[in-house]
Write a protein that binds this ligand. Structure first.
Ligand SMILES: [Zn+2]
Length: 257
């Protein structure tokens, strides 16, 4: 049976001289791999119709043939030209796609995750890359995967974390501990200033990334927020993503470059 779905290419792997395996995040069938036969031949109908960070309409045979799903047709819906010239945006988009590839289960429908990635790539294409956008995406993705870090209350005693100096982030447990619980337990954690806690909590509730014009956060604070989320992500991924480190560095030190 041929099925039609919206899809974003995540990675390409050469299979033969002219054929490629493409990993997609699709709207209706989750993450999957299709074989595109002859896609590199000069007269292939697939040429120019798909590339990294595009959103496409993909038609494929939804039946394994020798272990492959075979792509039938592909048409570009959104090509997002910024990623060809803005290397920081390109690194940020690479990280988002890598994170989705790593976190989303194979062939499990997750339309909300497709929509999140589609939306985030549209935003990156329009506004360029900034660190807060990546952190917002990570929080939104974690939430949709059922992994929601706790920033609003102490995970030990329930005390509100609003304006609580001395609070610590315990990434292994995915939450904050207040000053007295931290002193009592001596649990390993990193100190998080109240304004960083408030920002993380705000971004976690935001359905859209904060507009660039409203971002007023020092770089060192952004770095602290990125570090805290990075610890949590590492707990839930098999290995740390190199693409995250590269994208974060490119965005954090942009003024010095
Ligand atoms: Zn407490």
């Amino acid at each position: 049976m041929i099925v039609r779905t919206h899809a974003i290419p995540l990675t390409f792997t050469p299979v033969t001289e002219s054929s490629r395996a493409v990993t997609w995040m699709t709207e209706d069938h989750g993450r999957l791999v299709t074989l595109i036969k002859g896609s590199q031949r000069p007269k292939s109908l697939f040429l120019g119709q798909y590339d990294l960070f595009y959103t496409c309409e993909l038609l494929f045979y939804n039946r394994d043939r020798d272990g492959w799903l075979i792509a039938r047709e592909c048409n570009t819906l959104s090509a997002r030209d910024r990623f060809r010239t803005d290397w920081r945006a390109c690194l940020a988009a690479s990280y988002l796609c890598d994170l989705v590839r790593t976190c989303v289960p194979h062939r499990t429908p997750a339309p909300e995750l497709f929509q999140l990635l589609h939306r985030a790539l549209e935003d990156l294409n329009t506004r360029g890359a900034d660190l807060i956008h990546l952190l917002w995406f990570e929080l939104a993705l974690l939430q949709k995967l059922g992994l929601t870090p706790q920033f609003t209350a102490c995970i030990e005693c329930g005390t509100s974390m609003i304006n609580q100096p001395g609070a610590h982030w315990v990434g292994a447990r995915g939450g904050m501990v207040c000053r007295s619980c931290h002193q009592r337990s001596q649990e390993h954690g990193i100190p998080l200033p109240p304004d960083v806690v408030a920002a993380l909590s705000h971004w976690q509730r935001a359905t859209l990334p904060p507009p660039v014009s409203k971002i007023r956060m020092e770089e060192t604070r952004q770095q602290t927020a990125a570090k805290a989320l990075g610890i949590f992500l590492r707990m839930h991924l098999d290995s740390p993503l190199v693409s995250r480190r590269i994208a974060m560095r490119a965005l954090l030190y942009r003024k010095k470059a």
